[in-house]
Design a protein around this ligand. Structure first.
Ligand code: SAH
Length: 261
């Protein structure tokens, strides 16, 4: 069958280098047997290596009808494990009652939304291996003190250990993207609860990073007008200075201050 015509609005950049594809699949760590969900298989460059792993049960979800037809013809063994649809709208509870791994060369235009969905499903998704835009990969893996540390870095690192694995040059794709790419791995840590109000935790992080040049004393005013009881160390800092654990402690203190209003 002829190749799938790349559609820009779906973020389609097809990986042409099979060695890189094999390395991405080999980066999955989780113990076998395991269920794997590939997001955006396109023409199956990763899928072909996933199917070679006998102790993996691989399903794929693809929004592009033309790619779905291509996969059905070229990988008949995938059979009914091709989900034709939008990952962002797909109900993952229906997909699996077990834990599973997520893999994919993600469509870069929706990678943040994919990570927010991973966070919502963190009790089932115990691992993610993905290729994303290099700058985003650096941001997610960054620690406090780094200029690129941001909302998703803190939220994801609260629940996942993140490793930046390797950088991928644009010329191994067709068509080549305008940006460099990188492969990262997220592995669920053993944190069951943060020990603070988790919604408030997200609010505190968002309020902080939405005005990242301001001190937390300023940016938290919208959440907690009476910040006197909060540790001055937190208030005097900018959000990029705080570790995940410090954001948790700060959230606990914000919770107490809010109760005192
Ligand atoms: N894995 C292939 C394709 C990567 S391009 C490769 O490495 O060559 C990104 C893929 O994600 C495309 O196939 C695109 O159609 C698909 N995609 C884009 N948005 C999607 C969505 N919301 N849900 C599922 N797949 C999506």
């Amino acid at each position: 069958m002829t190749e799938v015509r790349a559609k820009k609005n779906l973020g389609q950049h097809f990986l042409k280098d099979k060695n890189i594809a094999a390395n991405i699949v080999d980066a999955l760590h989780g113990s076998a047997p395991r269920k794997v969900l590939e997001i955006g298989p396109g023409m199956g460059v990763l899928t072909q290596f996933l199917l070679k792993k006998e102790d993996y049960s691989t399903s794929v979800i693809e929004i592009d009808r033309e790619s779905v037809e291509y996969l059905k013809l070229n990988y008949p063994e995938l059979e009914d494990r091709i989900i034709s649809g939008d990952f962002l709208r797909y109900d993952l509870n229906g997909f699996s009652t077990d834990h599973f791994s997520v893999i994919g060369n993600f469509p870069y235009n929706i990678s943040s939304q994919i990570f927010f969905k991973v966070l919502e499903n963190r009790e089932k998704i115990d691992e993610v291996v993905c290729m994303i835009q290099k700058e985003v990969a650096e941001r997610l893996a960054a620690g406090p003190g780094s200029k690129t540390y941001g909302i998703l870095s803190v939220l994801l690192q609260a629940w996942y250990k993140i490793d930046y694995l390797f950088t991928v040059h644009e010329n191994v794709f067709s068509p080549p993207p305008k940006v460099k790419s990188a492969v990262i791995r997220l592995e669920r840590n053993d944190v069951a609860t943060l020990g603070c109000d988790e919604k408030l935790f997200t609010q505190v992080i968002k309020a902080g990073f939405n005005q990242r040049r301001k001190t937390l004393r300023n940016s938290l005013k919208s959440i907690v007008p009476n910040s006197e009881s909060i540790d001055a160390f937190f208030l005097a800092n900018r959000p990029e200075q705080l570790s995940v654990d410090e954001f948790i402690e700060l959230t606990k203190q914000v919770e107490i201050a809010k109760r005192a209003i």
